[in-house]
Design a protein around this ligand. Sequence first.
Ligand SMILES: Nc1ncnc2c1ncn2[C@@H]1O[C@H](COP(=O)(O)OP(=O)(O)O)[C@@H](O)[C@H]1O
Ligand SMILES: [Mg+2]
Ligand SMILES: [Zn+2]
Length: 321
Amino acid sequence: MAQCNGCLKDNVDGFCSSCETILFDRSKVSPQLKFNWEDISKRIDGQPMGFSISGVQRKGFIGKPRGIEMVPKMDLDEKSQYIIKPMLSGFNLPEQSPANEHITMQLAKQLFGIKIAECAFVKFANGTPAYITRRFDYDAKGEKLNQEDFASVLQAAHKYNSKTYQDVGEWLSPLNRVDFLRILIFNFLTGNGDVHLKNISLLETTDGDMMLSPTYDLMNTKIHVKDNLLALNLFKELEQTSLPLGEKYSYKSEDFIEFGKRLKIRETNIKKIIDSFNGNEGEVLAMVDKSFLSNDAKNLYKTNVVENYKLFRQTSQKKPH
Ligand SMILES: Nc1ncnc2c1ncn2[C@@H]1O[C@H](COP(=O)(O)OP(=O)(O)O)[C@@H](O)[C@H]1O
Ligand SMILES: [Mg+2]
Ligand SMILES: [Zn+2]
């Protein structure tokens, strides 16, 4: 027996019972799908605008599992409970992308308490890997919840073009600011250079408030592309400066401390967050070893995490702020 396809717990065949609850409302579901990506993409081609969900990667919808089976779904009148992402089409090690996204999401949830879109690693009928995530934009009664990404939130609020994480943070409630700081440090340490404004969203709560949605689209992009350390600047004033490429978006823990202060997070809370990241490097590496990545991809992932931690722990002579 291997690891749970959801949480990576040892000695589980398929999904453990707690993942069955979280992902499938207690149904027994096999991570071995009965259909292929082509069965979904054929339908997508039939309805070119079938996507209400944007993003760069290919993706499809699947419906509620009937017994052990998940079914492809392109009929938009019926709601889809899951989004499925096949492997990347291009880039380095494309077949590793589902396992990369899966382990990165699980690291965020299990080691750093980040609220994520629940997810799993599965296989198509022909054995190729895929990533599935349970949609968070429906409530328990099946009603659609409003979701708005920060490309559109900030579009309305800011006349100027360039946006930074500080602009996003200033929009958030005090509680969400703490979550956001954690998310940004996590992305820096796990090599995610793809956290642009479309990958951060607000989601309507049952009370009708707009709060930070569960986190989605986390992965170590360095496995697949040569990428910046982060996708955006932390600080507003850096948007005007042109740093050499190697230094672009390279931050240390003290920058994240400054970021937290600007968002008016209490210093004791900021320190706790920084400490929790510093104390968990070994656990991150150990969990990557348990992932569904190939050995080569595990090594790339771990090497990158170690490098990022080194940058994070650096102390600087010059004080930019
Ligand atoms: N679990 C989910 N529930 C609801 N919406 C989601 C979920 N995961 C992603 N999305 C939405 O779908 C869009 C595309 O998904 P994403 O994982 O970001 O794909 P890509 O890798 O192509 O950017 C996101 O911008 C987000 O709005
Ligand atoms: Mg995305
Ligand atoms: Zn599990």
